[in-house]
Design a protein around this ligand. Structure first.
Ligand SMILES: C[S@@+](CC[C@H](N)C(=O)[O-])C[C@H]1O[C@@H](n2cnc3c(N)ncnc32)[C@H](O)[C@@H]1O
Length: 268
């Protein structure tokens, strides 16, 4: 019996993708090894995969031969589909009887607008389910050997978006919490946000890291201090997508790295 068969037996079958349903699934940060089995079942059965720019090509390659891939994200300067356009498209595809896999990078409910899409589907009466994914904040930290929590170091982790409509966001309460801050979508605002964190009282020498293209062959890790973060990222041409993490957990990396084994690929 294969592991897939054993799993199906324990769950009374593989989840069946019904015609006219939408599965709103997370694809993880990049490495297809981080897909959930339910996302994989969705890829195998979907008629249409509506995906964002950050869904890794290696994940899309796992779609079944019957599946049509539809891009619904931002791409190099071209006007991107609005959220309303995407939701309408999902509803139209489902109503035409397709099995629609809406695939998003990371987790669909973490800075991914999955909540809005689910609300629209619910309002339209389109049956849907949510399949969580490994969010980039956690995937990138693990890939860089930075523990998200460590006993005696921190007892909370703050996930925050570094880009949004509220440019005057007050960072001071987050700094006062004294817990590590994991930032998404921050590369274009790094200088401004690092300055805001410093002026809110975070020490200049606080360890900081930026992990770009985490879990992909292009992954790059920069380890520095809050004070140097923006300048170092610029000097090293660190490009989005990247996760930035600021806090003492970053300093634990050197202690974890000793025997950390690279993920060797092959037949076990
Ligand atoms: C629109 S948000 C989507 C987040 C996604 N829903 C999640 O849970 O990871 C996009 C941001 O996620 C982060 N991100 C996504 N994939 C990444 C990767 N492979 N490496 C580093 N950061 C990544 C970056 O901060 C990027 O700007």
């Amino acid at each position: 019996m294969t592991a897939w068969d054993a799993l199906a037996a324990r769950r009374a079958g593989v989840p069946v993708f019904a015609a006219g349903h939408v599965w709103l699934a997370g694809a993880g940060p990049g490495d297809p090894g981080l897909l959930t089995l339910d996302a994989l079942a969705g890829l195998a059965q979907a008629d249409v995969v509506v995906h964002d720019a950050l869904v890794d090509a290696r994940v899309l390659a796992l779609a079944g031969p019957q599946a049509r891939l539809e891009f619904a994200g931002k791409r190099g300067g071209k006007p991107s589909a609005t959220q309303a356009d995407i939701s309408e498209r999902l509803i139209a595809l489902a109503r035409s009887g397709r099995r629609v896999l809406r695939l998003k990078g990371g987790d669909p409910f973490v800075f991914g607008r999955g909540g809005e899409e689910a609300m629209t589907l619910a309002e339209a009466g389109v049956p849907y389910r949510i399949i969580p994914g490994v969010t980039a904040g956690l995937g990138a930290l693990a890939a860089a050997a930075i523990p998200a929590t460590l006993r005696g170091v921190n007892r909370a982790v703050i996930f925050a978006a570094g880009h949004g409509a509220d440019e005057d966001f007050d960072w001071a309460p987050l700094v006062r919490a004294g817990q590590p801050i994991v930032l998404y979508m921050v590369m274009h605002n790094l200088e401004r946000i690092a300055a805001a964190l410093l002026s809110a009282g975070l020490a200049a020498q606080t360890p900081a890291a930026a992990i770009a293209s985490a879990t992909t062959p292009q992954q790059r890790v920069l380890v520095t201090t809050l004070e140097r973060l923006a300048a170092d990222a610029r000097e090293q041409n660190l490009e989005p997508p990247a996760i930035v993490v600021i806090g003492e957990i970053v300093a634990m990396r050197s202690r974890l790295l000793g025997a950390a084994a690279p993920a060797e690929k092959g037949t076990p």
